[in-house]
Design a protein around this ligand. Structure first.
Ligand code: PLP
Length: 391
């Protein structure tokens, strides 16, 4: 079926629509950064794991990063290469299989290292071991996404590292960013080098984590490339890795929904949709952030109980029973009617990996619009999916 990407007129909702052309644009930019900066950029599954699209990814990148047994298996079985794995806490039950599916395995603490390093090497003698370090500096302001805030459970701080690292530790892993620019990375790198530079001569690789949003329009790609080139000059022996997630799925397609009802209470007008914020766009409530809706103006209000002025201003409401499953406000240029499409922009990262079937409400289908304009449905959901989760 041919799809009109402007209005998705004929499409059956609800559906996440991945646009292959936009995905390829991101992938080729990421590949060119990796080539020009002489580093490895790998996909973080936590942001995006639509495995039926992995053959497209394989044309541009060769590895992925996992943070659980299931993600490591997905890397091994579906992406076709072992994962760079980091988990805050490996367990006896899962560590062997994780080791089998991983090329790199990073420990979050020295105690996890002590407990598992020999076992991991026995299972997979070629595995490369690393340690997550915490530079105690991050410019991420939202506490929910700041891995370096005081009390963080992530990584070893410099004061706790021995002068001589265990001989089988060959890499450091450091994740401090979230949708950040190259300037933030530059400032953070100063702290990383100040705190951990003295151990670099004992290492073979360094992974600068995710949160590098290099596919955002205003991201200074050249600056990032120069930062890494200069880093190579200072530490020519270190292989550099980055593992963004959002950057791959950034602006690659919308979640298309439709208006099911319009209700009004005390002058607050809400268009109820066939999608849910809490089930299908959870970061909107968690982060929180106000998603863009096509052909509507986003109106930010400090206080949600304050009503914005003007006509055609709506809250958009989810179809779950959670009272807070709504967001506001958006201004449209007409009265919303039952059956019309409401298109949430940029809904391909941190959605399909996080959705749930709370209330048993129907999960949106997942589709991809190929380069020839044809829509392929990758997955539809029904009662069986709800049932089987609790089987
Ligand atoms: C360890 C680690 N690596 C990579 C990522 C991916 O980050 P992003 O999707 O913001 O690029 C995250 C995100 O939380 C992370 O915790």
């Amino acid at each position: 079926m041919q799809v009109n990407l402007e209005n998705f007129k004929e499409i059956r909702t609800p559906i996440y629509v991945l646009e292959e052309s936009r995905l390829r644009q991101n992938l080729s930019l990421i590949k060119s950064v990796a080539d020009r900066a002489d580093m490895e950029i790998i996909l973080a599954f936590k942001a995006y794991a639509l495995w039926k699209t992995f053959p497209i990814f394989r044309e541009y990148i060769s590895s992925t990063t996992a943070s659980s047994l299931s993600e490591a298996k997905l890397a091994f079985e579906k992406f076709g290469s072992p994962a760079h794995t980091f988990s805050p806490a490996y367990t006896d039950d899962e560590i062997d299989e994780i080791a089998r599916c991983s090329s790199h395995l990073t420990f979050n603490s020295l105690s996890q290292y002590e407990r598992f390093h020999e076992r991991v090497a026995t299972v997979n003698p070629s595995i490369k071991l690393g340690l997550r370090v915490n530079p105690e500096y991050s410019e991420v302001e939202t506490l929910l996404y700041n891995p370096c805030a005081p009390g963080s459970r992530f990584g070893v701080t410099a004061d706790k590292l021995p002068e001589i690292l265990p001989s089988d530790i060959e890499g450091f892993h450091c994740h401090c960013h979230c949708e950040s620019g190259a300037d933030v990375f530059e400032r953070t790198l100063v702290y990383i080098e100040e705190k951990f530079g003295k151990w670099f001569s004992q290492l073979k690789w360094i992974n600068f984590g995710g949160g590098h949003l290099m596919t955002r329009k205003d991201y200074d790609v050249l600056h990032l490339i120069n930062i890494i080139k200069e880093f190579h000059l200072r530490y020519p022996h270190l292989h550099v890795i980055m593992e963004p997630g959002s950057a791959f799925g950034w602006q690659t397609g919308p979640l298309v929904s439709q208006v099911v009802d319009v209700v009004e209470d005390h002058g607050y007008k809400t268009a109820i949709l066939d999608v849910s914020f809490t089930c299908h766009m959870p970061d909107c409530l968690e982060m929180p952030y106000h998603p863009a809706v096509r052909n509507a103006e986003t109106i930010e209000m400090e206080d949600m109980m304050e009503k914005p002025e003007g006509d055609h201003v709506y809250r958009l409401g989810g179809n779950s029973c959670l009272s807070g499953d709504f967001m506001g406000y958006w201004k449209f240029d007409h009265e919303l009617e039952v059956g019309e499409k409401v298109i949430f922009e940029d809904m391909l990262h941190y959605t399909t990996v996080k959705t749930n079937t709370f209330n048993g409400i129907t999960h949106p289908s997942i589709g991809i619009v190929h380069l020839d304009g044809n829509l392929e449905i990758l997955r539809e959901y029904g009662y069986e999916d709800y049932l089987n989760r609790m089987d």
